[in-house]
Design a protein around this ligand. Structure first.
Ligand code: SPD
Length: 374
């Protein structure tokens, strides 16, 4: 009895220090299901799998210093790439940042850990609009990170000021041939086929094989006039002059415009981002903890850290995407908060669709995209 008590004392001390009620106090722990985490608890270093240029490096440093852990980051260019890597098992990642439809797919495939809400007190900071989203009712597996739109940015020195705000600038040969070799599209099956479907007047969530075949044919013809399919550098290619028309994500463009601006040059005057009148994608990216995360308690603490009001604002002030964090608003740069291209008004949002999980039809999208790219 006495021996057992003595043995328990150091274990209890470890639990108090780490704030984690499992024996997993270091690398290679038992996974999210086995750990009961507490606010601010840690159980090892964090491995984060995120989209590129999506987090202020200062936030990473701040997290490391505040919690005495180190963070390793790896990056993915599309939801499908991330899924492939995570599905292969024992990826070693703790936190991933899937978009809406991909959260639904990952829940279905058992890849995500159910969140321990008690370990994430800053969940209270979320705007109620983001607490019960259709891809993860009641937010049991994911926490919104940032949201934005997909659209087109153009170089007005090349296309002029008088262009139509339509997907036609990419898909209609009468308009787009003038920019042949100077157009980029996202290297992303649902995004680029979705753009073609919207141009054709269909839902970007269609499960109709004929509609998808039409979109595939259109994209195949379009491939011939593209400089590239790219999801990582589309904004840099535009401001660098390699392209004149770029399909991409709102915040990445604005960040590039901001960085390209100087005292003598306002990049916002030369480049213009719009959501085509036919409609497009509104998306929400989300933090989620993998079911086999080696460090689930550090992962919960990271999610909570990102939901802090000032940290949430720092995220938006860095990446120019809209925040789902209501408490962050007072710390967000007012120019960003009042920019209708970053926080689009209701009438624009009403014309947008979330990408949804189409179940078994997802592989049709992937196959169609591979074939369209040639
Ligand atoms: N540089 C970060 C970009 C993140 C974009 N995610 C949006 C995916 C929408 N399908």
């Amino acid at each position: 009895m006495r021996l057992r008590t003595l043995w328990l004392i150091p274990v209890a001390l470890v639990l108090v220090v780490t704030g984690c009620s499992t024996e997993d106090d270091g690398d290679g722990g038992e996974g999210a299901a086995a750990a009961a985490c507490e606010p601010g608890g840690t159980d090892g270093d964090l491995v984060l799998y995120n989209w590129s240029e999506y987090i202020d490096p200062e936030l990473i440093t701040q997290f490391e210093q505040q919690y005495g852990v180190s963070v390793t980051e790896d990056f993915f260019p599309s939801n499908e790439d991330m899924l492939a890597k995570v599905s292969s098992g024992a990826s070693g990642f703790d936190v991933v940042v899937p978009s809406d439809y991909m959260v639904a797919i990952m829940i279905e495939e058992g890849l995500l850990a159910e969140l321990q809400a008690d370990a994430i007190p800053n969940l209270a900071n979320l705007d109620p609009e983001f607490t019960d989203l259709p891809f993860d009712p009641e937010g049991r597996y994911s926490v919104p990170y940032q949201w934005g739109t997909s659209g087109i940015a153009v170089d007005t020195n090349v296309v002029g000021e008088d262009f139509e705000q339509s997907w036609g600038i990419i898909f209609d040969p009468e308009q787009a041939d003038a920019y042949s070799g100077k157009i980029s599209m996202l290297n992303d099956p649902r995004e680029s086929l979705g753009a073609a479907l919207k141009y054709l007047g269909y839902s970007l969530n269609t499960s109709d094989p004929d509609e998808l075949a039409e979109a595939q044919e259109l994209l195949t013809e379009t491939t011939a006039r593209l400089a590239t399919y790219d999801s990582d550098q589309f904004e840099d290619l535009l401001v660098g002059g390699e392209t004149a028309v770029a399909h991409g994500w709102s915040g990445d463009f604005f960040r590039a415009f901001d960085e390209a601006s100087t005292d003598d040059f306002d990049a916002y005057e030369q480049y213009s981002y719009f959501v085509p009148e036919e409609g497009g994608v509104r998306w929400v990216d989300n933090m989620a903890i993998l079911a086999d995360a080696p460090h689930p308690c550090t992962a919960h603490t990271f999610v909570d850290f990102m939901l802090d009001a000032e940290n949430g604002a720092a995220l938006t002030n860095f990446n120019f995407y809209a925040s789902p964090n209501a408490a962050a608003e007072e710390f967000i740069d007012p120019e960003i908060l009042e920019d209708p291209a970053i926080y689009p008004p209701e009438e624009v949002v009403a014309n947008l669709e979330f990408i949804e999980d189409t179940g078994d039809f997802e592989t049709q999208y992937s196959d169609a995209f591979t074939q369209a790219k040639g």
